[in-house]
Design a protein around this ligand. Structure first.
Ligand code: ZN
Length: 462
């Protein structure tokens, strides 16, 4: 195929050195990394050597980023790219450009809300063919567990799917029906056999007491999806994880009341893990106005007190990592003009903002870059168990890097957002941490507003 781009082979063989006074490197014997002056030598997309200073005999290209921080690229395991079928909501190209601009070097696409959803091998191949031509960062795919696709699970695993997602409640789209306990039970022995995780949207419906009848009221929306729904679902999933010896991962945990359940299960060595998202960690229901449907997501953003407990859950290791759950739609579907929480699409567009949004919050809590990198690069990458990537800057691993200034203050305006649509709760917020360059396997895919690519490749299981 003819391409105006630099041929991939030539690009990847180039020998490159990235030099900085602040490189986040692993420390021997300690799980966290630390900032040090270093030069990273890169060849064939891999980190070939790490040294304290530049070798004067080096003849390749040198990129000196002065005091900007060089950190492992982020890995976001929860992204809805919505292509094919709902490309007007987002799309692989726009989502992966936004990822690159946000310092994300690997992302994993959710099996919904594309049409068809990734519940069959045929659908996977369709998505794969599109991503190969249009992705700006590396990517993988989650498959779906739905009623009636049991016979597809093994072939999907054999074709390279990283794991599966199931909904214990209505997913919001008709082509991805919820999975009953029976359907989940049928899937778990297959997943356990191959050692791939089941990612679960954990909410189990039961009757609720509404506050009022207003569809514009946020407190009413919050009351409609209580913590109990998450706790009940998580209790059931812990039981099933134990019964089948399968790895169950709770996506977008919002209810802090479930933390003690997860903690107890982990103490019993049950294979359970959990993630939460920037919106649950930085936004609070007390500050969401009635009618502000761009804050609608499911489960909902809860009270400030709950948010504090989620941070405690992260600090204790009960929650394993932070991912975006980037789930955009067209502005029309957000029903902003009516402010109707009942009818608005539930999902927050946040892919590009994860790094500065979380970092801004971490700075106010006195948390470190090492901690950030652990929660958004290392733990997420290692959860995927993929070849060539560890989420750390290490010799022999892919040179997936973000170069950024963690001290610079800025405010997002619409022209700096690369998602297809600009509706987001983070617009106009004062944030800290500007991404300058993003390298995927040693290739600079993002450089202060300029993109090179698409050069993204699919990741594969170990
Ligand atoms: Zn999601």
């Amino acid at each position: 195929m003819w391409s105006f781009l630099f041929p991939k082979e030539v690009f990847s063989e180039m020998r490159l050195a990235i030099k900085s006074r602040s490189v986040l490197l692993p420390q021997e014997g300690i799980s966290l990394s630390s900032l040090r002056p270093a030069v990273l030598y890169i060849k064939n997309g891999k980190i070939e050597q790490i040294s304290g200073e530049l070798d004067p005999k080096f003849t390749g290209e040198v990129i000196d980023v002065a005091s900007d921080v060089v950190m492992p690229g982020l890995c976001d395991t929860h992204v809805h790219m919505n292509e094919p079928g709902r490309t007007e909501w987002e799309g692989i190209e726009t989502a992966t450009r936004a990822a690159a601009a946000g310092g994300i070097t690997t992302l994993v696409d959710m099996p919904l809300n594309s049409i068809p959803p990734t519940t069959t091998v045929e659908a996977l191949q369709l998505k794969r063919a599109l991503a190969k031509k249009t992705a700006f960062v590396d990517y993988g795919f989650w498959g779906g567990v739905i009623s009636g696709n049991k016979q597809e699970l093994e072939p999907l695993i054999e074709k390279g799917i990283l794991g599966f997602k199931a909904f214990m409640i209505d997913s919001g789209v008709p082509e991805f029906p919820m999975a009953s306990e029976k359907v989940i039970r049928e899937s778990l022995p297959i997943l356990a056999k191959y050692g791939v995780p089941l990612l679960v949207h954990a909410e189990l419906e039961s009757p609720v007491q509404m506050k009022n009848s207003s569809v514009r009221s946020y407190s009413n929306y919050l009351a409609s999806r209580p913590q109990k729904w998450e706790v009940d679902a998580i209790r059931l999933m812990i039981q099933l994880a134990e019964e089948y010896g399968a790895h169950v991962h709770i996506v977008h945990l919002s209810a802090a009341e479930a933390l003690s359940e997860i903690e107890k299960a982990k103490a019993k060595k049950i294979l359970i893990s959990a993630e939460t998202c920037p919106h649950y960690l930085t936004l609070k229901s007390e500050e969401i106005s009635d009618g502000a449907t761009h804050f609608k997501c499911a489960p909902p953003i809860r009270e400030n007190d709950n948010r504090e407990k989620l941070w405690e859950g992260l600090n204790r290791g009960t929650i394993n990592f932070i991912v975006s759950d980037h789930s955009p739609c067209t502005p029309q579907l957000k029903k902003m003009e009516l402010g109707n929480f009942k009818e608005a699409w539930g999902g927050i567009a946040g892919l590009q903002f994860s790094l500065p949004v979380i970092w801004t919050e971490m700075v106010s809590r006195g948390l470190t870059l090492e901690y950030l990198s652990n929660l958004m690069a290392q733990s997420t990458t290692q959860f995927l168990k993929i070849k060539g990537k560890s989420g750390k800057i290490e010799v022999g691993m892919d040179a997936d890097l973000v170069v950024w200034d963690p001290e610079a203050l800025f405010t997002f305006n619409e022209s700096q957002i690369y998602h297809r649509h600009k509706v987001t709760p983070y617009l106009g917020k004062k944030l800290q941490g500007i991404v300058k360059k993003t390298f995927v396997r040693g290739q600079c895919v993002y450089d202060l507003g300029k993109f090179t690519g698409p050069l993204g490749q699919e990741v594969s299981r170990l």
